[in-house]
Ligand binder design. Structure first.
Ligand code: ADP
Length: 358
């Protein structure tokens, strides 16, 4: 199988589920459960479909009956193995949204050095290229690398009234990072309340303006930084980045358990450095076997959304501050980021507005 052939087979499953749910009404002759917003969101990962109901529009005692009606209907859709219907998580309640920011998505990895920031930067550029107003918050406070990867130098400025800081804007992406605010190494000693204060500044004291999507590049692993981020920004989902040599199921699972605890849905897995792209012939060889990401995704029950090989061009361009999407937009790795951005865009269009993506 070629690396590029791997695309999420569930790409539009959420849209199909919503279409199917439109056949259900809770009152005779009434509008369907999707247009009445009784269905808050649908998340599909590797054949497991989670339908979140909105208790604002459905009495608690009616949920069970609705779930019993929905489950067999959704299960009859090809590609659906399991259906879970439950009330929506508190953390995605719309009133908790950051003002002006429609969606916040965290980029997570169990370990450092797997390409999490590379994914965050290129995904942000791809989203911006697709017309979304995109921000990137580099919350990897112990190793902020997004400014370097975007070629950003210099300090930040305040807004005219001096009350907020202005994010830098590169390749259509608004970016803020502690790497731009602090001398190198200063955040390394942050713990507890300093973490809390620092992150609060990155969210609240930055003039993000109106954004369709804010990506948050988290530090690797699970720590108080992750929980602090979730306290300051209601996360709509998390994308997990892993590398085949580090396909440590336990690492990824630990991260996912933490997000499940704070009611943040996992949107899928990205396998980076999956094989090695030869500089001369462009062919991809596999040192760790070819199915690590797919196996991991299946084992954990999430979708594999993209696979990027180790590509020396990516490493060289990142170091030079040129995202792949800018320096090598025709490459097949760049195409993976474009597809990933399309997937994310379609996911939120589908689940939040009920608009179906054909
Ligand atoms: P993390 O955020 O997980 O610590 P980074 O995104 O900083 O990882 O990537 C670590 C290093 O690996 C960087 O030098 C980056 O340029 C390089 N890198 C990331 N992904 C790839 C890839 N697919 N091919 C080649 N080099 C990569």
């Amino acid at each position: 199988m070629s690396v590029n052939a791997v695309v999420d087979p569930n790409m539009l499953l959420e849209a199909r589920v919503l279409k199917c749910l439109q056949r259900i009404t809770t009152e005779p002759g009434g509008a369907d459960v999707v247009s009445t917003e009784q269905v808050f969101t649908v998340v599909a990962t590797s054949g497991v479909v989670r339908v979140f109901l909105d208790p604002q529009y459905i009495p608690m005692d009616a949920m069970e009956e609705l779930a019993a009606t929905m489950t067999p209907l959704v299960k009859s859709i090809p590609g659906v193995d399991r259906v879970i219907v439950k009330p929506r998580p508190q953390s995605v309640q719309l009133q908790n949204k950051l003002p002006g920011i429609t969606h916040v998505v965290a980029i997570h990895s169990g370990k450092g050095g797997v390409g999490k920031s590379t994914v965050a930067v290129n995904l942000a550029v791809a989203l911006a290229q697709q017309g979304l107003r995109t921000g990137l918050l580099d919350a990897d406070i112990y190793g902020p690398s997004c400014p370097t990867m975007l070629g950003i130098q210099g300090r930040v400025e305040s807004t005219a009234d001096g009350r907020q800081i202005r994010p830098q804007q590169h390749h259509g992406v608004k970016i803020m990072s502690l790497g731009l605010l602090l001398p190198p190494g200063e955040a390394l000693v942050w713990r507890g309340s300093l973490v809390e204060q620092g992150l609060s500044q990155l969210f609240a004291d930055v003039d993000w303006g109106e954004l369709d999507m804010l990506l948050v590049d988290l530090p690797p692993g699970t720590s108080d930084v992750h929980l602090a981020v979730a306290r300051h920004a209601p996360l709509d989902g998390v994308l997990v980045v892993t590398a085949p040599g580090q396909v440590a199921v336990d690492d990824v699972r630990r991260g996912l358990e933490m997000y499940a605890d704070i009611k943040v849905p996992c949107l899928g897995l990205i396998e980076n450095m999956a094989g090695f792209r030869c500089r001369q012939c462009g062919a991809v060889g596999h040192v760790f076997g070819n199915n690590g990401g797919q196996d991991l995704a299946q084992e954990i029950g999430i979708s594999l959304l993209a696979r990027m090989p180790f590509d020396p061009v990516i490493a060289a361009q990142s170091d030079a501050g040129v995202p792949l999407l800018i320096g090598n937009p025709q490459s097949s790795s760049a195409a993976q980021f474009v597809q990933l951005a399309q997937h994310l865009n379609a996911h939120f269009k589908t689940v939040q507005t009920g608009a179906f993506v054909q």
